[in-house]
Design a binder for this molecule. Structure first.
Ligand code: THU
Length: 129
């Protein structure tokens, strides 16, 4: 069991947000996740002139999880560059669920909650034949 330093995770999310490429929305988004081996991975949103193909912070973080050793997400925080708490969008909840499962903790406006409450009755790998 890895201990979660939420303040550190939030700080890392803000720092990642400040590296965002977001010339279209102007919203810097950063995410930080504690992994099951104790390391922290981060992501930022990377927008595109073809608006619909922009990448959310959680998606670039999912790439970082794989690229830096794999494993599972244990706890996730998302923040704007100004430090405001942001919730993962619906698609990103699904992305996080794939790599963290129902017990992954998420920093929410209602406090820290497991993914099972943030994405209830999720579709997942166990639903595939
Ligand atoms: N965004 C994220 O990075 N993560 C989310 O979960 C929600 C939205 C980004 C996408 C876009 O670059 C900007 O926020 C405004 O929607």
């Amino acid at each position: 069991m890895v201990e979660v330093d939420w303040e550190l995770l939030r700080e890392r999310a803000v720092a990642a947000a400040q590296l965002a490429h977001c010339p279209y929305s102007g919203l810097q988004v950063g995410s930080a996740a504690l992994c099951d081996d104790g390391r922290i991975v981060v992501g930022c949103n990377v927008e595109n002139a073809a608006y619909g193909v922009g990448l959310c912070a959680e998606c670039t973080m999912a790439g970082q999880l794989r690229l830096t050793g794999g494993g599972r997400f244990v706890a996730v925080a998302c923040r704007s560059g100004a430090g405001e708490l942001l919730m993962p969008c619906g698609r990103c909840r699904q992305v996080l669920y794939e790599l963290g499962g129902s017990s992954c903790l998420v920093d929410t406006p209602r406090g820290v909650l497991p993914m099972s409450e943030v994405l209830p009755d999720a579709f997942g790998p166990e639903d595939l034949p």
